[in-house]
Design a protein around this ligand. Structure first.
Ligand code: UD1
Length: 426
């Protein structure tokens, strides 16, 4: 046993072939942003289809620590009420738990005129700056300063005094767009966000905000037009299914040569992945919210780039790389979103993968017979990649540091077991 091992681990028997059906959970990145939106009103925001993952738990704790009520009302249903918010300073130990927690800043600043936070946590997948968030707030008149390790943002004239502005985003950052959008909905007059992220999770947040009384147009485009309002009201919304979880199961089905029905798959936002899976040799049948993935012939090498939406999602880069270790030929992968997405490479190599990375690119040669090993889930998606590899490897794989997987995948081992995988959490 590795002396480094701490916390739960997965023990996975290889040579699996996944068969059966799996239901997709609510989307992590939509749910987290939607939870932050509850800070914009005194009324209840009720979210359904919220995934049971540790990122949701830790953000819930953060909202509670600010004074909000966060109530679990049965499976997947969360009621948040921010009437009791009494502090606008996010505790450092909670903010560093995940990336999305920094999104409390925009709502607090817009509504209460003041917000302070340490830089956010999350996966170590690159530099992950926050300049886009902060310059958006500054464009709306906020003064942002660094006090020790914390960022402090003040609206020019106290609560409700942000001014609508034309905000240009240097990069179409997902959480940056969500943060700036949440500030702009309560700013005076009109804002235009230029070069906004178009990810489905950004769109989901915008729809929730409109249901709360905001006036956002251009949802899903790179130009958001936002008319500020003076207050928002409560709303109830169902979180969209997680396209990354659906994609991970689709890749698993193709990789193990099985046949899996994926229920509640958000098909209209999965083109990037499905095109590549088809090119790699998977047979895909789709209907409304339903996806069947099967593979009866050998996998073929495919090259791809991970891009902002609607390109193939960077969160599926590592799982796709795992699949390509089983494909005939040489695949080339270019990562265009993050500068350090390659943490999975060393772990897959421990299992016998022929994969090399240079900068933000990886070259995979296949097919290789993978073998069991002791590996680490170095971030949530790198963890998914080694888990997929473990399913097809010969022998037993032990995956350490699976707390990363718990952050983003709901009941992952249970779902895989239901599809026939031999996986134990120990
Ligand atoms: C979100 C998702 C994450 C996903 C990513 C890209 C959440 C909680 N996480 O992360 O799962 O992988 O989108 O789809 O929603 N950047 C800047 N300046 C900034 C902010 C970002 O240059 O102020 C750059 C980053 O360095 C990175 C790129 O933008 O290269 C993408 O980051 P961003 O879109 O912000 O990702 P997150 O919102 O952190």
């Amino acid at each position: 046993m590795s002396i480094r091992a701490r916390g739960p681990r997965y023990v996975v028997q290889g040579s699996a072939q996944l068969r059966g059906s799996v239901r997709i959970s609510g989307a992590k990145n939509a749910a987290l942003a939607m939870m932050c939106a509850a800070l914009l009103t005194d009324e209840d925001v009720v979210l359904t289809n919220v995934p049971e993952i540790t990122d949701v738990e830790s953000l819930g704790e953060l909202l509670s620590s600010l004074g909000a009520t966060v109530e679990h009302q049965g499976r997947g249903r969360l009621r948040i009420n921010a009437a009791g918010v009494h502090t606008y300073e996010a505790p450092t130990e909670l903010i560093t738990e995940n990336r999305a927690s920094f999104q409390v800043l925009g709502p607090l600043l817009a509504r209460h005129g003041f917000a302070s936070s340490a830089p956010p946590g999350g996966d170590v997948i690159g530099q992950r700056p926050i300049d886009v968030h902060l310059s958006g707030f500054e464009a709306m008149g906020a003064r942002v300063s660094r006090e020790g390790e914390r960022f402090v943002a003040r609206a020019p004239g106290g609560p409700g005094s942000l001014r609508g502005a034309r905000v240009f985003m240097d990069y179409p950052s997902v959480s940056g767009t969500q943060n700036v959008m949440m500030a702009a909905v309560l700013a005076r007059e009109h804002s235009t966000v230029v070069n906004a992220a178009t990810e489905p999770e950004v769109q989901e947040l915008a729809h929730l905000l409109n249901a709360m009384g905001a006036r956002i147009e251009g949802i899903g485009t790179q130009m958001l037009e936002i008319d500020g309002v003076t207050s928002l009201h409560g709303a109830t919304a169902r979180v969209m299914p997680d396209r990354i979880e659906a994609g991970t199961f689709a890749i698993a089905a193709a990789m193990t040569g099985g046949e899996v029905d994926i229920e509640d798959a958000p098909l209209p936002v999965m083109d990037g992945l499905l095109a590549k899976l088809r090119a790699a040799g998977a047979a895909i049948t789709d209907g409304e919210g339903f996806l069947r993935i099967e593979r009866t012939s050998d996998l073929r090498a495919v090259s791809f780039q991970a891009l902002p939406y609607p390109g193939l999602a960077t969160d599926l880069h590592a799982p796709m790389a795992a699949l390509l270790t089983q494909a005939n030929g040489v695949s080339i992968i270019h990562e265009r979103v993050f500068d350090n997405r390659m943490l999975y490479v060393s772990e897959l190599r421990k299992m016998g993968a022929e994969i090399v990375s240079t900068g933000s690119s990886a070259i995979v040669s296949g097919p290789t017979m993978l073998h069991g090993a002791t590996v680490r889930a170095l971030d949530v998606r790198a963890g998914a990649a080694v888990l997929l590899a473990a399913l097809v490897a010969q022998g037993t794989t032990i995956i350490d540091e699976i707390s990363h997987l718990d952050r983003g995948y709901e009941h992952l081992d249970e779902k895989l077991r239901a599809l026939g995988a031999e996986i134990e959490r120990t």
